[in-house]
Design a protein around this ligand. Sequence first.
Ligand SMILES: O=C(O)[C@]1(O)C=C(c2cccc(Sc3ccccc3)c2)[C@@H](O)[C@H](O)C1
Length: 153
Amino acid sequence: MSGINVLLIHGPNLNLLGSREPEKYGSTTLADIESTAAAAAKEAGGSLVAFQSNHEGALLDRIHAARSEGIDAIIINAGAYTHTSVALQDALTGVEIPFIEFHITNVHAREPFRHHSYLSSKAAAVVCGLGVAGYPLIVSHVCKTYKKKAAKA
Ligand SMILES: O=C(O)[C@]1(O)C=C(c2cccc(Sc3ccccc3)c2)[C@@H](O)[C@H](O)C1
């Protein structure tokens, strides 16, 4: 039985992780996050591919492509697009792949404009405030508990 294939997506500015605001986002780089997440997936019998873009359309295209790659679950930290993008919600629901909305910080304890998400109502789960340590935890959970998508006819 092959394992769960996870797509980890990061949105705008997250490529700068580790370089500024360590008090908020920690000092871990995005490359480290992705590497640790991939190791967690492997440990849990799954696999993980990662993608980051500062461009909304590129994020949409990457989500669309997941349909034909055997991706069983998406974990997305959409950054600021969380709070603005109906298009991201549409793409994530349109591909019919379960997704988890992830935030490093507790967005509900921050500025009011970060309290609304266009993704949460469609997400299988929403995780925020665990810091970057949350990534391997959620990846492992997904690989151990999610079901593989039925192959397309
Ligand atoms: O907490 C998060 O992971 C979040 O998704 C991440 C965000 C975010 C905001 C600004 C910059 C960055 S990444 C970063 C961190 C430190 C220095 C430079 C960029 C992420 C916010 O837009 C979101 O509201 C919350």
